[in-house]
Design a protein around this ligand. Structure first.
Ligand code: F6P
Length: 362
């Protein structure tokens, strides 16, 4: 199942899982439309996939099995329906490719599984023998998100494709900016994470980058940006590129808008300035080689992980650390990701940065 925002490489991930599962002697199914499809169930939403069904999926962007937000899965009723649908389809392991919210949902589902099963048995929705055969649900998460915002992994599936797309767009903008000697303020996706903006800034020599992880007071960043841009212009630079991560905030937690940045460039430096919001082009398109490789290796590892899981193994999340594909306890990775957000909300930016670089310690 793919869940949350789509990301290039999700299809490659599904393809690898389908083929690894068949290779290992299992029967792979796809849940269409994320948790929504899991709750709806039936042959429209839960379909067995064959080796050839996923041909050509390695490079394709988006997710061919769909993704959708589900309010119903957040309720006990919804999760009860989801459990029944899985049992009806004969499924006893679930792999979810998505962001932190999607993976938390999967782990909660697993922890509730025995209770859901008893309720289904008591209400005669499943038989005693089904109750016995589907006693455990193994869960595994792979992280698909362009934002690269998950703790305990160096890269999420889709982040490098999005980065490549952003850099390409900035290169295009640079050509027109140079022709008119203009300034461009470019908004980059990433939710509460500045990775895309920061890396794109380094790769395209942006003049100034605003990210959520390094907030300053309005006065501070106004002055610093003006000084830096003025210095670059004095040296003869004809273009000015300022990248604004969509989650960029000031030290008193106010969002920084592209219009605010533009106004300063116009008023303080007299620059002819335009704003470009890159939007969803950042999320579409084919997956770059790195994402194809990451998704394939992690898809294979996910199948091995669910096959090796015992009832006592914590649900694994497949990660990459120092170029090695590894398993991390899913719950810890999600907890750590959430504590970073909490630290930012509490204006404890130093702690947020430390947490982002750390491993989970109970
Ligand atoms: O999480 C991926 C992401 O593209 C973020 O970078 C962005 O904030 C958000 O999703 C946009 O969501 P939607 O496609 O629902 O507008």
């Amino acid at each position: 199942m793919t869940s949350g925002g789509d990301a290039p490489g999700m299809n490659a991930n599904v393809r690898a899982m389908v083929r690894a599962a068949i290779y290992k002697g299992c029967k792979p199914f796809a849940i269409y439309e994320g948790y929504e499809g899991l709750v709806k169930g039936g042959s429209d939403y839960i379909k067995e996939l064959s080796w050839n069904d996923v041909r050509g999926w390695l490079s394709e962007g988006g997710t061919n099995i769909g993704t959708a937000r589900s309010k119903e899965f957040r309720t006990k009723e919804g999760r009860l329906k989801a459990a029944k649908n899985l049992i009806d389809a004969g499924i006893n392991a679930l792999i979810v490719c998505g962001g932190d919210g999607s993976l938390t949902g999967a782990d909660l589902f697993r922890s509730e599984w025995p209770e859901l099963l008893s309720t289904l048995l008591k209400s005669n929705q499943i038989t005693q023998s089904q109750h016995q055969s589907f006693k455990y649900l193994n869960i595994c998460g792979t992280v698909g998100s362009i934002d690269n915002d998950m703790s305990s992994t160096d890269a999420t599936i889709g982040a490098y494709s999005s980065l490549a797309r952003i850099c390409q767009a900035i290169d295009y903008i640079d050509a027109t900016a140079n022709s008119h000697s203009r300034a461009f303020v470019i908004e980059v996706m990433g939710r509460h994470c500045g990775w895309l903006a920061l890396m794109a800034g380094i790769a395209t020599t942006a003049d100034y980058i605003l990210i959520p992880e390094k907030p300053a007071s309005s006065k501070e960043w106004h002055e610093q940006m003006t000084e830096i841009v003025a210095k670059h212009r004095k040296r003869g630079k004809r273009t000015t590129i300022v990248l604004v991560a969509e989650g960029a905030i000031t030290s008193d937690l106010k969002p920084i808008t592209c219009t605010e940045v533009k106004d300063i460039l116009v008023e303080k430096l007299g620059l002819d300035t335009r704003i470009t919001t890159l939007g969803h082009v950042q999320r579409g398109g084919t997956a770059v080689a790195y994402d194809r490789i990451l998704a394939t290796l992690q898809g294979f590892e996910a199948i091995e992980a669910v096959l090796q899981c015992t009832p006592d193994t914590p649900s694994p999340m497949i990660a990459i650390e120092e170029n090695k594909i590894i398993r991390r306890p899913l719950v810890n990775a999600v907890k750590l990701t959430k504590s970073v957000a909490e630290a930012i909300n509490n204006k404890d930016f130093k702690k947020a940065m430390q947490l982002r670089d750390s491993e989970f310690v109970e």
